[in-house]
Design a protein around this ligand. Sequence first.
Ligand code: BG6
Length: 277
Amino acid sequence: MDTKDVAVLKLNDTTEVSVHLHGATIISWKCKAQEVLFVSKNALFDNKKAIRGGIPLVFPCFGPWEKGPQHGFARIKRWRKESESKQNNGRASMSFSLEDDEETRKMWDYRFKLVYNVDLGENDLKLTLTVNNNDFKAFDFTTLMHTYFRCPDIADVGIHGLEGLQYNDKVEGGKISKEERKVVSIDKNYDRVYMKCGADKVEVEGLGDGKKSVSLVLSNLPDVVVWNPWEDKAKAMSDFGDEEYKTMICVEAGSVSQSVTAPAGGSVLFTQTLKLC
Ligand code: BG6
């Protein structure tokens, strides 16, 4: 990996976040010396393929897309670093942007500007994506923050806050079911879109050194995707280690089950705050 491609924001000696300009992908969040995110040992940093791990950004389409690549183009375009600042309240932030160009307009003919603000605190990481429609016509999109968390053992991971929610099970061909469990554990290939999640209900335990939890505080991101490829799908992915499904879980906040409309000249904001406890 070329260090020129990575922007590092340091809050203090033990807390920092690193953002790769390819996709504005967050590739590391160290919080009190604890790495929270998973990046595959086989991840490619060739500025072409989406980075396998961290927090890639999905826009303007979640999943397969008839107009362009799976999960859209935002995660495979080069973003520009716009600013960096340290605030008096003990936080620090950086922001990145991506605008339409000839390549994006060929796939998706709209003028837009995405602004991604990465705001680091002592115990949390606040991520805000602003979708600006710079066109004279409205556009529809779906978006998601594709967070890969690291864990020492997937058997000890539990996801709280999904009980009672409807989910679309992509492994079962899109079957809609209701989650009955208080704590969701992972013991097979999971690919589920949980819908209408509470803004501050979802919490993932068993992360970091195994004793840490991360809570998700969400604004305008009603869906949470839970994904783990498990054994067979892991083997089929060239940029993912065969055994790595045991040490990661994706819990991805998005707005994907229904598309969002950005009116002509308007903006839409999405925020996820990850809090480590
Ligand atoms: C998840 C999707 O968000 O991302 C899965 O729900 C998909 O269906 C996974 O397999 C990984 O996608 P990709 O394109 O990064 O391999």
